[in-house]
Design a protein around this ligand. Structure first.
Ligand code: LLP
Length: 429
């Protein structure tokens, strides 16, 4: 197979060997805002949302897209998606708080927790957001506080998939969702308690480019919905297939074909709702990565070149404290040398960060142009699970985030300072 070469796609462009991002020269942005720096393109997020929504709306008329805030919970990102008409998938009280602060109305927020505490459940219920139950225990504890009008249940459709074991969230090994018996018991109990409207939910994993597992799992969900409908007399307001849509990280990865995805999943839905007498539920999905991943890059500067008898290391100022995915999952993120786009790539390097662990590797054995200290690297597809998973490990203040909106660069999250390291700490004398 011929290896595909990297193609520049909006918001990235090659301007005479220099990288531009949504119309801005990234070297100038690095100069102005310093590195490590996350850049976010507002219009790319909007394009991603519209493309997905239109592809789905083409095949079914009741669509809801819940943005999975865990991928990137920057308030500006939430605000952009809110204005596109997105609903919101929250997995923690903190995400519910941020979504409400951004102005999402509670009816548009679905809380899908796991190992949820009582006080958290009370906060969620009192906020009037819809709860997506992940255990019978959670239902009992919720009902002890309040009987919600609407309730969703996360089922385990017995088929999982994902780019890494950590990101497979259905099937035998996972803590998530309810198996059939518990599901029936949960809906029965909720209905008896007085819940009026219901949803059913699954999320089988993340970073999925092969549609087969999603289709099979969704069919399992619909079969279970029929059983619940027949036995308990529930008609579902919404069916939710969760998130998981993958994006290409490597130049040779293929994009998901949205029209095929939409056609396959929605023709299955349309067939089954007639066959199973399920009414006309909303079709919901919860993309995180798909909406934000390629709308952001991470800029990092080269400060050290180190040649050992075995390796050539490029030392940069972003580590797994800034972008955890490569060391956490062995994930590939494509790299560009922003100031040398037209140079021949004739060297092999490992790109490493400033964290004092050997696992602090952003890229291994990567073919790049000859690197010098002072060069600027752009790490692509940094918008999903990038800043969101960053930490202050090694007492390093977190990076800044800049949003490109209407041809303007806006600092939407300040770089942390040493003072940030002190926050909430006190020395007991
Ligand atoms: N819905 C639920 C219930 C989820 O748990 C998730 C992701 C999503 C939706 C969104 O999944 P997405 O469309 O973004 O694949 N940190 C990992 C990904 C973990 C995803 C956790 N749950 C990574 O960097 O690949």
């Amino acid at each position: 197979m011929v290896k595909k070469v990297f193609q520049f796609q909006y918001p990235l462009a090659n301007k005479e060997g220099h990288l531009s991002f949504d119309g801005f020269d990234v070297e100038e942005l690095a100069e102005e805002f310093d590195t490590p720096l996350y850049l976010i393109s507002e219009s790319r997020i909007r394009n991603n949302f519209k493309r997905l929504y239109n592809a789905l709306a083409h095949n079914y008329h009741k669509i809801r897209i819940y943005y999975a805030a865990k991928a990137n919970s920057n308030l500006s990102v939430l605000n952009i998606l809110k204005s596109e008409g997105a609903f919101l998938d929250a997995v923690s009280p903190g995400e519910v708080f941020l979504a409400l602060k951004t102005g999402f109305s509670p009816e548009k927020i679905l809380f899908t927790g796991t190992s949820v505490r009582d006080d958290e459940l009370r906060f969620i219920a009192d906020s009037d957001v819809t709860v997506n139950i992940d255990s019978f225990s959670e239902l009992k504890r919720l009902l002890a506080h309040v009987v919600p009008k609407v309730l969703s249940v996360r089922i385990n459709p017995e088929i999982g998939s994902g780019h890494h074991d950590h990101c497979i969230t259905a099937g035998r090994e996972t803590k998530f969702g309810l198996w059939e018996n518990e599901t029936l018991k949960t809906y029965t109990t909720a209905k008896k308690a007085g819940v009026e409207k219901f949803g059913i939910h699954m999320h089988i994993g993340s970073g999925i480019l092969d549609l087969e597992p999603i289709i099979l799992a969704f069919d399992n969900l619909l079969r279970l919905a029929k059983k619940i409908h027949d036995r308990i007399g529930i008609t579902f307001e919404f069916v939710n297939m969760g998130g998981g849509l993958g994006v290409p990280y490597k130049p040779e990865d293929n994009e998901l074909d949205l029209s095929i995805f939409s056609k396959r999943i929605l023709s299955l839905l349309k067939r089954r709702i007639v066959e199973y007498d399920l009414g006309t539920p909303f079709f919901c999905l919860e993309p995180g990565r798909y909406l934000v991943s390629d709308a952001s890059i991470l800029l990092t500067s080269v400060n050290t070149l180190k040649i050992t008898p075995f390796k050539k290391f490029i030392g940069v100022d972003a580590g797994f404290n800034t972008l955890a995915r490569p060391s956490m999952y062995g994930s590939y993120h494509h790299l560009l040398v922003a100031n040398k786009l037209n140079s021949t790539q004739n060297e092999i390097y490992d790109v490493v960060g400033p964290i004092c662990e050997s696992g602090d590797v952003l890229a291994r054995d990567r073919r790049l142009p000859q690197i010098e200290e002072g060069d600027l690297l752009a790490i692509l597809n940094a918008g999903a699970y990038g800043f969101a998973m960053s930490s202050q490990y090694n007492s390093r203040p977190k990076a800044a985030e800049v949003l490109i909106k209407d041809k303007k660069c806006l600092l939407v999250r300040k770089r942390e300072t040493f003072d940030s390291l002190l926050s909430n700490q006190q020395i007991e004398e």
